[in-house]
Write a protein that binds this ligand. Structure first.
Ligand SMILES: Cc1ncc(COP(=O)(O)O)c(C=O)c1O
Length: 393
């Protein structure tokens, strides 16, 4: 693998044409994708939840994974690395059974559909991925009616949920039955803010007391866990089903895991098949996530520790203010010094192999903490940012 030339590989695979980052966050020096960085030069990225390995680095990670635990293929999601990953997640979440899914959207939709049975109403957060970003799949494919609560808020409270459920009888004449409740935590559309654990406990208690099933879209549950100190297992214990993404910070090129009661999860292979999601081989994704799981919690703790040091030093610079969001996880708000030349700033960051979101017209940006902060010592990052501000004056 080492003998492969990274640049040629990227060219041959056409990956040079891809933007280096998902085009969600406008970056400073966004002409500076990894292509302009020397091979093997790691880039510290103050955006996203983790590393996305493009091209050859993906294969290198898999090779590392293989030296630790020989890669084993699955066939149609059975056996090999997929089974190993599922077993690992059963232990991590404390749920009876886990199943690999080709996407988080599929995991959410199947969980909600199967938890709801014939009942049609599903309460969700207004800001959730399920409600806003899954192309109305619940309505159009699964005959479920998503009922949003807490408009533009991070979460709804147990009291709000209770009122909404109790009001159903007054507000609607025909009873089509309450299917389940779905919760996203942390909330992507609320800049990764979390639902307070006490509220989750209250919602869970209420739902259990009424025999209402509860699903967790925990795509980024590891972020919630790292910043709240609450284990994945504890979070999972409050829900009937939990989905966790394999690619947002576990390195895979896609995929999801869904965990829950054996009887429910055992219905999923059929669902996956009839919706065309039964892929011949899934082991490349599963093996990557399996490998990254070993160190993700440690790395996030170390990234948090280093970010504290980095942000404290940067906050000494006149005009700079980096602060956590209220109830936030890995996303922070950053105020840049006034009057900087953005072009020069970007070039300098680029030279230091650092990528930071571009500030808006008020000189502010949302920056993220993730494992890429560990690629350089805090002192290097602090000095590089200070020097870049000076150069851009
Ligand atoms: C909170 C949340 N849930 C679910 C998903 C869906 O994941 P996938 O892209 O694997 O379908 C995403 C993806 O962005 C997400 O952010």
């Amino acid at each position: 693998m080492k003998s492969l030339n990274r640049r040629n590989f990227l060219k041959a695979s056409g990956l040079t044409l891809l933007p280096a980052a998902l085009p969600v966050v406008p970056l400073l020096a966004n002409n500076s994708n990894k292509e302009s960085a020397p091979a093997n030069e790691p880039v510290v990225k103050f955006f996203g939840d983790g590393e996305f390995y493009d091209g050859l680095p993906y294969l290198e990670q898999l090779q590392n994974a293989n030296s630790k635990n020989q890669l084993k293929v699955d066939r149609y999601g059975s056996g090999g690395a997929v089974e190993e990953l599922e077993k690992k997640f059963e232990t991590i979440t404390g749920k009876e059974k886990a199943i690999y899914m080709p996407s988080g959207t599929m995991a959410n939709q199947f969980a909600i559909a199967m938890l709801s049975g014939e009942n049609t109403k599903v309460f969700v957060q207004d800001t959730s991925h399920v409600y806003r970003d899954e192309a109305d799949a619940a309505q159009s494919i699964f005959n479920k009616r998503l009922m949003p609560l807490a408009k533009n808020q991070t979460f709804f409270t147990a009291d709000e949920l209770k009122k909404a459920i109790e009001n159903l009888d007054n507000e609607e004449v025909f009873k089509s039955g309450l299917g389940c409740v779905s919760i996203e935590n942390p909330v992507r559309r609320a800049d990764g803010r979390m639902i307070p654990i006490d509220e989750i406990k209250k919602i869970s208690e209420y739902c259990r007391s009424k025999n209402i099933k509860l699903h967790l879209d925990g795509a980024r549950l590891y972020m919630a866990s790292a910043w709240s100190g609450i284990s994945i297992k504890e979070y999972a214990s409050y829900f009937d089903t939990v989905y966790i993404s394999l690619y947002k910070y576990l390195g895979s090129s896609g995929g999801a895991i869904l965990c829950g009661e054996r009887s429910l999860i055992e219905k999923m292979p059929h669902m996956i098949k009839i919706h065309g999601g039964n892929m011949f081989g899934n082991w490349l994704n599963a093996a990557m996530a399996y490998y990254k799981l070993d160190t993700i919690e440690e790395k996030l703790q170390e990234a948090i520790k280093r970010s504290k040091e980095i942000f404290a030093a940067l906050n000494q610079i006149p005009g700079v203010k980096i602060s956590p969001l209220d109830g936030g996880t890995n996303i922070y708000s950053m105020k840049f010094p006034p009057g900087l030349n953005v072009q020069k700033l970007g070039e300098s960051f680029n030279n230091y192999f650092i990528r930071i979101p571009r500030p808006n017209e008020n000189g502010e940006a949302k920056i993220s903490v993730n494992e890429t902060l560990l690629y350089r010592e805090p002192k290097y990052i602090i000095d590089a940012i200070k020097d870049s501000f000076n150069k851009a004056k």
